[in-house]
Design a protein around this ligand. Structure first.
Ligand code: NI
Length: 173
Protein backbone atom coordinates (compact mmCIF):
# COMPACT_ATOMS: atom_id res chain seq x y z
CA UNK A 1 0.00 0.00 0.00
CA UNK A 2 1.11 3.52 -0.59
CA UNK A 3 -0.02 6.94 0.46
CA UNK A 4 -1.07 9.18 -2.41
CA UNK A 5 -0.81 12.94 -2.52
CA UNK A 6 -4.06 14.83 -2.24
CA UNK A 7 -4.67 17.54 -4.82
CA UNK A 8 -5.88 20.86 -3.52
CA UNK A 9 -8.59 23.34 -4.43
CA UNK A 10 -7.64 25.17 -7.62
CA UNK A 11 -6.37 22.06 -9.40
CA UNK A 12 -8.47 21.68 -12.58
CA UNK A 13 -9.07 17.96 -11.99
CA UNK A 14 -11.33 18.85 -9.04
CA UNK A 15 -13.60 20.71 -11.49
CA UNK A 16 -13.88 17.78 -13.84
CA UNK A 17 -16.77 15.37 -14.30
CA UNK A 18 -14.64 12.23 -14.15
CA UNK A 19 -14.77 9.26 -16.51
CA UNK A 20 -16.71 6.15 -15.54
CA UNK A 21 -14.72 3.00 -14.81
CA UNK A 22 -15.18 0.29 -17.47
CA UNK A 23 -14.42 -2.67 -15.19
CA UNK A 24 -13.43 -3.28 -11.58
CA UNK A 25 -9.93 -4.73 -11.93
CA UNK A 26 -7.56 -5.93 -9.17
CA UNK A 27 -5.43 -2.85 -9.93
CA UNK A 28 -8.37 -0.56 -9.24
CA UNK A 29 -9.24 -2.42 -6.04
CA UNK A 30 -5.59 -1.97 -4.97
CA UNK A 31 -5.99 1.72 -5.78
CA UNK A 32 -8.93 1.89 -3.34
CA UNK A 33 -6.63 0.40 -0.65
CA UNK A 34 -4.22 3.26 -1.28
CA UNK A 35 -7.07 5.77 -1.27
CA UNK A 36 -8.38 4.44 2.06
CA UNK A 37 -4.91 4.58 3.58
CA UNK A 38 -4.43 8.13 2.28
CA UNK A 39 -7.84 9.12 3.68
CA UNK A 40 -7.16 7.58 7.11
CA UNK A 41 -3.74 9.24 7.38
CA UNK A 42 -5.34 12.59 6.62
CA UNK A 43 -8.13 11.90 9.17
CA UNK A 44 -10.81 12.06 6.52
CA UNK A 45 -14.01 10.05 6.14
CA UNK A 46 -14.16 9.97 2.35
CA UNK A 47 -11.98 10.46 -0.71
CA UNK A 48 -12.67 10.68 -4.44
CA UNK A 49 -10.22 9.57 -7.15
CA UNK A 50 -9.89 13.06 -8.65
CA UNK A 51 -8.65 14.17 -5.22
CA UNK A 52 -5.58 12.02 -5.88
CA UNK A 53 -5.28 13.30 -9.45
CA UNK A 54 -7.09 10.46 -11.23
CA UNK A 55 -9.84 10.95 -13.80
CA UNK A 56 -11.93 7.98 -12.62
CA UNK A 57 -15.34 7.63 -11.02
CA UNK A 58 -14.14 5.96 -7.82
CA UNK A 59 -14.77 7.01 -4.22
CA UNK A 60 -13.96 5.47 -0.87
CA UNK A 61 -15.71 6.09 2.42
CA UNK A 62 -14.59 5.11 5.90
CA UNK A 63 -16.89 6.22 8.66
CA UNK A 64 -17.14 4.33 11.95
CA UNK A 65 -17.65 0.65 11.04
CA UNK A 66 -18.60 1.40 7.43
CA UNK A 67 -15.99 1.02 4.70
CA UNK A 68 -17.19 1.48 1.12
CA UNK A 69 -15.33 1.22 -2.17
CA UNK A 70 -17.61 2.73 -4.78
CA UNK A 71 -17.05 2.41 -8.51
CA UNK A 72 -19.28 4.63 -10.66
CA UNK A 73 -21.48 5.74 -7.75
CA UNK A 74 -24.71 7.55 -8.55
CA UNK A 75 -27.32 9.11 -6.34
CA UNK A 76 -30.67 7.88 -7.65
CA UNK A 77 -32.99 9.33 -5.00
CA UNK A 78 -32.85 12.22 -2.61
CA UNK A 79 -35.26 12.57 0.27
CA UNK A 80 -35.83 14.17 3.60
CA UNK A 81 -35.46 17.75 4.59
CA UNK A 82 -32.36 19.69 3.73
CA UNK A 83 -29.95 19.68 6.63
CA UNK A 84 -27.31 22.34 7.19
CA UNK A 85 -24.12 21.15 8.85
CA UNK A 86 -20.48 22.20 9.03
CA UNK A 87 -18.36 20.38 6.49
CA UNK A 88 -14.72 20.26 5.50
CA UNK A 89 -12.74 18.65 2.69
CA UNK A 90 -9.21 17.21 2.48
CA UNK A 91 -8.69 19.15 -0.76
CA UNK A 92 -9.64 22.43 0.88
CA UNK A 93 -7.66 22.38 4.15
CA UNK A 94 -8.38 25.19 6.56
CA UNK A 95 -11.77 25.91 5.07
CA UNK A 96 -15.05 24.72 6.50
CA UNK A 97 -18.57 25.96 6.53
CA UNK A 98 -22.22 25.09 6.52
CA UNK A 99 -23.37 22.98 3.59
CA UNK A 100 -26.99 22.14 2.91
CA UNK A 101 -27.55 18.49 1.98
CA UNK A 102 -30.47 16.11 1.72
CA UNK A 103 -31.06 14.12 4.90
CA UNK A 104 -31.39 10.85 2.99
CA UNK A 105 -30.17 9.48 -0.30
CA UNK A 106 -30.30 6.23 -2.20
CA UNK A 107 -27.10 5.42 -4.09
CA UNK A 108 -26.11 2.77 -6.61
CA UNK A 109 -22.57 1.69 -7.42
CA UNK A 110 -20.39 -1.28 -8.30
CA UNK A 111 -18.46 -2.68 -5.36
CA UNK A 112 -14.94 -4.18 -5.19
CA UNK A 113 -16.34 -7.61 -6.16
CA UNK A 114 -17.99 -6.23 -9.28
CA UNK A 115 -21.43 -6.52 -7.66
CA UNK A 116 -24.08 -3.87 -8.13
CA UNK A 117 -25.04 -2.20 -4.85
CA UNK A 118 -28.16 -0.23 -4.08
CA UNK A 119 -28.32 1.31 -0.62
CA UNK A 120 -30.20 3.87 1.35
CA UNK A 121 -28.18 6.27 3.51
CA UNK A 122 -29.15 8.67 6.26
CA UNK A 123 -27.33 10.75 8.85
CA UNK A 124 -23.61 11.38 8.43
CA UNK A 125 -23.21 8.69 5.78
CA UNK A 126 -25.83 10.39 3.57
CA UNK A 127 -23.80 13.60 3.85
CA UNK A 128 -20.50 11.86 3.05
CA UNK A 129 -21.97 10.05 0.03
CA UNK A 130 -23.30 13.36 -1.34
CA UNK A 131 -19.93 15.05 -0.74
CA UNK A 132 -17.99 12.30 -2.59
CA UNK A 133 -20.42 12.04 -5.51
CA UNK A 134 -20.18 15.84 -5.78
CA UNK A 135 -16.39 15.47 -6.18
CA UNK A 136 -16.84 13.04 -9.07
CA UNK A 137 -19.09 15.63 -10.70
CA UNK A 138 -16.50 18.38 -10.33
CA UNK A 139 -18.16 20.04 -7.34
CA UNK A 140 -16.27 20.98 -4.16
CA UNK A 141 -17.61 22.37 -0.88
CA UNK A 142 -16.51 25.86 -1.91
CA UNK A 143 -19.36 25.78 -4.45
CA UNK A 144 -21.82 25.24 -1.57
CA UNK A 145 -20.47 27.87 0.83
CA UNK A 146 -22.25 31.14 1.46
CA UNK A 147 -20.70 34.38 0.20
CA UNK A 148 -19.92 35.25 3.82
CA UNK A 149 -18.02 31.99 4.35
CA UNK A 150 -16.11 32.43 1.08
CA UNK A 151 -15.16 35.96 2.08
CA UNK A 152 -14.05 34.74 5.50
CA UNK A 153 -11.80 32.10 3.90
CA UNK A 154 -10.72 34.15 0.87
CA UNK A 155 -7.03 34.35 1.80
CA UNK A 156 -6.80 30.59 2.38
CA UNK A 157 -8.65 29.89 -0.87
CA UNK A 158 -6.37 32.24 -2.83
CA UNK A 159 -3.27 30.58 -1.36
CA UNK A 160 -4.60 27.07 -2.10
CA UNK A 161 -5.38 28.11 -5.68
CA UNK A 162 -1.90 29.52 -6.23
CA UNK A 163 -0.23 26.38 -4.81
CA UNK A 164 -2.55 24.06 -6.75
CA UNK A 165 -1.79 25.82 -10.03
CA UNK A 166 1.92 25.09 -9.51
CA UNK A 167 1.24 21.46 -8.51
CA UNK A 168 -1.10 20.89 -11.47
CA UNK A 169 1.47 22.25 -13.91
CA UNK A 170 4.12 19.94 -12.45
CA UNK A 171 1.75 16.97 -12.79
CA UNK A 172 0.90 17.98 -16.35
CA UNK A 173 -2.76 18.69 -15.67
NI1 NI B 1 -13.93 16.47 -0.16
Amino acid sequence: MSTLSIVKFGDPILRKVVQPVAAVTPQLVALTDDMLQTMHKAHGVGLAANQVGLDMAIAVIGYRETVLRMFNPKIVERAGESVVYGEGCLSVPGVDGDVKRHAEVRAQWTDENGQQQDRHFSGHLARIVQHEVDHLNGIVIVNHLSMAARTLHRKTLDRLKADAAVAAKKAGR
